[in-house]
Design a protein around this ligand. Structure first.
Ligand code: PEP
Ligand code: MG
Length: 594
């Protein structure tokens, strides 16, 4: 594809969160709410016109759906045809349209606003329905509203999964895991979003899917239009809209170079992470889906250091059953080349919400009813998972990890429920492992401060720097306006990590790190210097981290760490460490500095 020469080339800088280069056609994905303008009609005489505008959009929506249905029938695809029938029924439903018209007339608001109020009304009704299936059907109303909104805005493009072509770059304000779940991923080459940071879950999902992504672009949705040619450089954090021909050629070349280098690195994946002076670090992989295990293995994972099980809840409308959990975990633990699998109990809340969850929005979800707090409140949901983890323990070595621990009480309570689950299974004669190692995530400053106490309760720690940085520096990890402050090498963060590792070693327990910092090549010697026992990261990072470890010594890492801890500011630490690493490993840091 060549760039349209009538278009202006535009380069935007954001945060590269999933490496690699993608070249494709822009698809503007507008989750409801992001682009809608709400306004009051400032003159009553505008009302009839607004009602007509709404009716026209209704008609257009119906015609489009009939057209899609006709095409599907031609191709003899039946199932979506019935779904579309439901959507047409909603469109034709007089109660639905009259309610919207009533809002326009009575409140003097534009059609978009009125439609949004109608949707809210339906949401309320559906939320009150006990039956999970019926209550989840609000998504049909939502789908119809989205289509009408698109027609109101004049945007005629169909949504991605109805389009016939491949190689799309999804340009969006933000992407929730649920948004990505609805997309035909084989047609998508990359992501570019206005909001988000390195550790937002959009970024994590992009990395796990190995799709180049740049987030925190601020206004990519303003400049990128469906059909534009777009380059996403997830390594340097650049997005180019409508590149001129020479630029496109350069990026195609860069892409070939990157893909070849990636293959070259892979050979380090097979080797152990041992320093030149014989210090061995275990290398784990972070996963969100079972489907990632083959990639984890080819990239050199020795264990699963973090399985984020909350994704089992996010991609469905109802709650997973004990068997759903069990079947899933069994697939993970039976991978024979893994030393162990660390199953983290679900971490819902924060920026990860399941589809079924109806609880009202919290003012500060990151500091709200999240992770272990949610589990200890929703004991039955938690115990369903705990029983399944025990059952899977009969098939391979599992370590269980509790997220967001901030007190000894929480860990004791979680252990008590784990024991109850064990007793229930034993009473039923179910086969389970004799023992399972229990770990606490250290991701809240309070946990660092009481690490010596927590170490007496558990078998291992896993440091979650994504949250630890967020909570210790008081920086929302998904807020693109604060990315410049989100700094793993901040002296406070370094001290917190050191304090945790020292407390763990004093108590003779294993310490892992599973936050994104563990896979950051710039930080690896600093972490080695602290003598972490295990680093767990996204699979793409493993070969490069192993290569650096194999070419360094524990001795030099300790000297580097000692020096880094003397600086007063994060920028001084970063400058010093960067300078050291660039001199020491020129090839490694060259590509990033290009
Ligand atoms: C972390 O906080 O560092 C972590 C690994 O957990 P998550 O990113 O899932 O919150
Ligand atoms: Mg966390």
């Amino acid at each position: 594809m060549s760039a349209d020469q009538t278009m202006k080339t535009l380069v935007l800088k954001g945060v590269g969160v999933s490496p690699g280069i993608a070249i494709g056609r822009c698809y503007r994905f507008d989750p409801l709410d992001s682009q809608i303008s709400f306004y009051k009609l400032n003159d009553a005489s505008l009302i009839p016109q607004e009602v007509l505008r709404f009716k026209k959009a209704l008609k257009e929506s119906e015609q489009q759906l009939l057209e899609i249905q006709k095409n599907l029938k031609k191709e003899k695809v039946t199932e979506p045809v019935y779904v579309i029938d439901v959507h047409i029924l909603i469109l034709k439903d007089k109660i639905f349209s009259n309610r919207t018209i009533k809002y326009i007339r009575r409140l003097g608001v534009n059609a978009e606003w009125a439609l949004r109020m109608t949707l809210d009304h339906y949401k309320q009704i559906f939320e009150g329905v006990k039956d999970a299936y019926i209550s989840s059907r609000v998504s049909d109303v939502q789908y119809v509203v989205q289509r009408i909104l698109r027609n109101l805005s004049g945007e005629k493009n169909e949504i991605v999964w109805e389009e016939g072509y491949d190689g799309l770059i999804i340009v969006s304000h933000d992407l929730s895991p649920a948004d990505t779940a609805q997309m035909k991923l084989d047609k998508i080459f990359g992501f570019a979003t206005d909001s988000g940071g390195r550790t937002s879950h959009t970024a994590i999902v992009a990395r796990s899917l190995e799709l180049p992504a740049v987030v925190g672009l601020d206004n990519v949705t303003r400049f990128g239009h469906t059909g534009d040619e777009v380059i996403v450089d997830g390594t340097s954090g650049l997005v180019v809209i409508n590149p001129y021909p020479d630029m496109l050629k350069r990026y195609e070349e860069k892409k070939r170079h990157y893909d070849a280098a990636k293959d070259e690195y892979l050979k380090y994946g097979k080797l152990p992470a041992v320093t030149l002076d014989d210090y061995h670090v275990q290398i784990g992989c972070n996963i969100e889906f079972v489907e990632e295990i083959p990639s984890a293995m080819t990239h050199g994972a020795e264990n699963i250091g973090l399985y984020r099980t909350e994704f089992l809840y996010i991609y469905r409308e109802d709650l997973p059953t004990e068997d759903d959990h069990f079947n899933n975990y069994r697939q993970v633990v039976t991978e024979k080349n893994l030393s162990w699998s660390t199953i983290r109990t679900f971490d819902l809340g924060g920026d990860k919400f399941p589809n079924y969850q109806k609880q009202g929005k919290e003012l500060n979800p990151q500091m709200g009813l999240r992770a272990i707090r949610f589990c200890l409140k929703e004991v039955e949901i938690f115990k369903t998972q705990l029983r399944a983890i025990w059952r899977a323990s009969a098939f391979g070595k599992i370590k269980i990890l509790f997220p967001m621990i901030s007190s000894v009480d929480e860990i004791r309570e979680a252990k008590k429920l784990l024991e109850e689950a064990r007793q229930e299974l034993l009473a039923q004669g179910v086969k389970i492992a004799d023992k399972m190692e229990i770990g606490a995530m250290i991701e809240v400053p309070a946990a660092v401060v009481i690490a010596d106490k927590l170490a007496q309760e558990v078998d291992f720690f896993s440091i979650g720097t994504n949250d630890l940085i967020q909570y210790s520096l008081a920086i929302d990890r998904a807020n693109e306006r604060l990315t410049y402050l989100y700094e793993p090498l901040h002296p406070a963060v370094l001290r917190f990590i050191k304090q945790t590792v020292d407390a763990a070693h004093k108590a003779n327990i294993h310490t892992a790190m599973c936050g994104e910092m563990a896979g950051d090549p710039l930080c690896v010697l600093i972490l080695l210097g602290m003598e972490l026992d295990e680093l767990s990261m996204n699979h793409l990072a493993i070969p490069r981290i192993k290569k650096i470890i194999r070419e360094s010594t524990l001795k030099e890492s300790k000297i580097l760490l000692k020096k880094a801890l003397t600086f007063n500011t994060a920028s001084e630490v970063r400058a010093y460490v960067h300078d050291y690493m660039a001199k020491r490993f020129p090839d490694e840091f060259q590509m990033e500095d290009d």
